[in-house]
Design a protein around this ligand. Structure first.
Ligand code: URA
Length: 262
């Protein structure tokens, strides 16, 4: 095949993959970057008498990442310090693949704190939570009850964060170890922001903070989280895929509004 043909074939293949929804370029096989970094250089080059010996891989010692996260989180005295401690935390693999660290948005003095799952592509680009399509729907939902992340007064404002501050590859659902590792930071985040009410968007924050999932059954039922009233709701991304569920989401928003009126 001449180079012109190869170009058009490669281009067609690439376009086909983009149409299928591929967003990130990765290799055919995973690369263990720990191994790459820690492979000791062979003492001597191979010779006919002395064949190459398999390189010795030095394994990183096992660390209790959740315990390290807990210590780091506890020492953070305010939100800036917490953000710094999270950015300095190197034990979550997601950090290596993410473009941005996404901490929070909105008014930290808000009466309501919303917890989502993790940044997606748009959030990873912008460095802010909930700015993509799901985020825009969230903004419209909040507007419908006269609230929003841009409001200055604590009564109408919301404060928004996620269970994870780094985008999982291809927006996959965070796994249990990632959630457990980052949970101490989330708990500290809630303690420092000290909202009156916590809203959990979807299954991932329910798994993290309530230890269970099943948002279809859990949504709309007030529970207690870290000593605060907490409302699980459908995630706006779910509402985009299942517009029929907006009816329940509206009921939950009204329940939130009523609770705020006290
Ligand atoms: N979905 C989330 O859960 N959080 C975001 O920040 C964006 C999309």
């Amino acid at each position: 095949m001449d180079s012109q043909n190869t170009y058009w074939t490669d281009r067609a293949l690439l376009e086909w993959q983009v149409e299928l929804g591929v967003t990130d370029a990765i290799l055919d096989t995973p690369v263990d970057r720990y191994a790459l970094e820690t492979v000791k250089p062979a003492p001597n080059a191979a010779t006919p008498e002395k064949p190459v010996v398999a390189p010795e891989v030095v394994k990183a010692p096992d660390v209790d990442a959740a315990a390290l996260a807990r210590t780091a989180a506890q020492t953070a005295a305010d939100l800036d310090a917490l953000s710094g401690a999270m950015q300095a935390f190197d034990h979550c693999e997601l950090k290596k693949g993410a473009r941005s660290f996404v901490f929070s948005d909105g008014n930290p003095a808000a009466r309501v704190m919303i917890v989502g799952e993790a940044p997606g592509r748009e959030e990873d680009r912008a460095g802010r939570p909930f700015v993509g399509r799901a985020g825009q729907l969230l903004d419209r939902m909040l507007e419908a009850i006269q609230m929003g992340r841009a409001a200055d007064n604590a009564a109408q404002a919301v404060y928004i964060t996620n269970v994870l501050p780094w985008r999982p590859p291809s927006n996959r659902t965070p796994d249990a170890s990632e959630i457990a590792m980052m949970l101490p930071f989330l708990e500290r985040h809630i303690a420092l922001a000290d909202p009156e009410i916590v809203v959990l968007m979807g299954n991932t924050p329910c798994q993290a903070l309530l230890g269970r999932t099943g948002i279809t059954r859990m949504r709309g039922e007030w529970v207690d989280v870290l000593g605060k009233p907490c409302l699980p709701m459908f995630h706006p991304a779910y509402l985009l895929r299942n517009p029929i569920a907006k009816r329940e989401a509206w009921a939950d928003l009204l329940s939130l509004k009523a609770r705020l009126r006290g």
